[in-house]
Design a protein around this ligand. Structure first.
Ligand code: NAP
Length: 407
């Protein structure tokens, strides 16, 4: 039996990843600090992954450490050897190195800022130093801190090894990328959300932006090799990474009212096994009144404010197909909510074919006028524009083709 050992585990992707890696049983195991020693001394297990906050505190219970675990002073994998003794190892090094290599960023001789000074930071620093980078660890309390970042405007790469921007506190970033004119890329150890605010900023700057999912999968692959004693080809990392991305990412539909978002959305959900959510229905569930009725009585400004709350809640979930209301693009702050975990598709449909029944805004204003105002906003939000003048099946097939290609 294998476990992921931590204090509070919540939702973890690790059991899902390990199911793809071997035939062994892998479960989550929460232990309070005062239960840790007894479990490590007397517990029944063949191997463990160890996470926050125990990567250091398990070390005294290990009979031996691998050189990399000793160097990092942190253990994230424990293997029970044939004589019953416990070997402590660290697979985060391999995980981060895999992420760095896959990013394509060359760090030799360049300045790299590593944000945070915890476990992930120590791992990143070791890997980056081994790759010849000039590493500066930035700490809230250290010599290099967020108040004197101007000393490091020549940074080529930034690694976020803090929890800033992580679910459920997405939307914040540890620093502004505008300070770094020579920046080539950002690596964020966070994998939930898929795109932190920092990574969205990197996208905006047109530089490399990579999240921590590949690191997570790669470290698990090396852990599985230690558990089973069998080499697993590195290609499995990519296969599992793609599978997880398919499951986790949201497909978001934007477009004019009546452009077919609900029809296409429910078909897409059926094809992908994702959960379909209609933002109008979610609005009604939250507010107790349909968007149309709310708009008529309370007006558009009040409606848009509540709509943003609904989208913020939905956008942080994963594995959804979400049909949004036609006007959600009129508020820029909705963009990060929608984009953080998914790809945005603009369903474009000929104005004459748009349905207007039960849509007060479409009935009050000529559709051509609404379209003229909104088309640039749909373009701003959309990752992809998809024609929806053919059959629903054709549109769904186009979207799935694009979505799978970009994964
Ligand atoms: P940790 O040991 O708790 O360290 C986090 C560090 O971030 C702290 O030492 C602190 O450094 C800094 N920090 C904490 N709160 C902050 C805040 N509000 N503002 C600015 N800095 C803050 O955690 P960790 O294990 O290193 O994990 C860090 C992140 O990496 C987490 O999001 C975790 O999920 C992720 N991670 C991902 C993987 C993966 O496989 N993808 C693996 C490990 C960790 P200072 O006090 O020096 O500022």
């Amino acid at each position: 039996m294998y476990y992921l050992l931590g204090e509070k585990l919540g939702h973890s992707y690790s059991p899902q990843i390990h199911r793809h890696l071997g035939e062994y049983t892998y479960k989550l195991l929460e232990k309070a600090p005062d239960q840790l020693g007894d479990f490590l001394k007397n517990g029944t297990f063949s191997g463990l992954n160890v996470t926050i906050p125990y990567k250091k505190s398990v070390i005294p219970y290990c009979d031996a450490l691998t050189p990399i675990a000793a160097r990092l002073g942190a253990v994230n994998t424990i293997i029970r050897q044939s004589d019953g003794s416990l070997l402590g190892h660290n697979t985060d090094y391999f995980g981060f190195e895999t992420m760095l290599k896959r990013s394509g960023l060359q760090v030799q001789g360049k300045k790299v800022l590593v944000l945070g000074t915890g476990g992930a930071s120590q791992t990143a620093v070791a890997v980056l130093q081994d790759h010849g980078a000039q590493v500066v660890a930035v700490s809230r309390t250290g010599e290099n801190h967020y108040g004197n970042l101007f000393l490091h405007q020549d940074a080529a790469v930034i690694v976020n090894a803090t929890p800033v921007g992580m679910y459920p506190h997405a939307g914040s970033a540890p620093l502004s990328l505008a300070l770094f004119p020579q920046l080539e890329g950002v690596l964020d150890c966070i994998y939930n959300p898929t795109r932190t605010k920092l990574l969205m900023d990197a996208d905006t700057h047109g530089i490399v932006a990579m999240n921590g999912l590949l690191m997570l999968v790669a470290q698990a692959k090396e852990g599985a090799e230690w558990f089973t004693g069998r080499k697993i080809p590195d290609e499995r990392i990519d296969a599992i990474y793609t599978t997880l991305q398919k499951q986790m990412t949201n497909i978001l539909l934007i477009g004019m009212p009546g452009s077919g978002k609900s029809t296409i959305g429910s078909l897409l959900a059926r094809k992908t096994g994702k959960r379909f959510v209609d933002a109008d229905v979610a609005f009604e569930e939250k507010v107790g009144c349909s968007p149309a009725a709310f708009l008529e009585t309370k007006g558009e400004a009040a409606f848009r404010a509540l709509e943003t709350e609904v989208l913020a809640e939905l956008g942080q979930q994963s594995g959804l197909v979400l049909a949004t209301g036609g006007g959600c693009v009129t508020k820029e702050e909705n963009y990060p909510h929608l984009h953080q975990n998914g790809s945005i598709f603009w369903l474009d449909r000929c104005i004459d074919s748009l349905a207007t029944q039960g849509r007060p805004l479409s009935q009050a204003t000529p559709l051509t006028k609404i379209y003229r105002i909104r088309a640039p906003l749909y373009a701003r939000f959309a990752d992809y524009k998809v024609d929806n003048n053919g059959t629903p099946e054709e549109t769904v097939s186009n979207i799935l083709h694009i979505w799978e290609e970009q994964l």
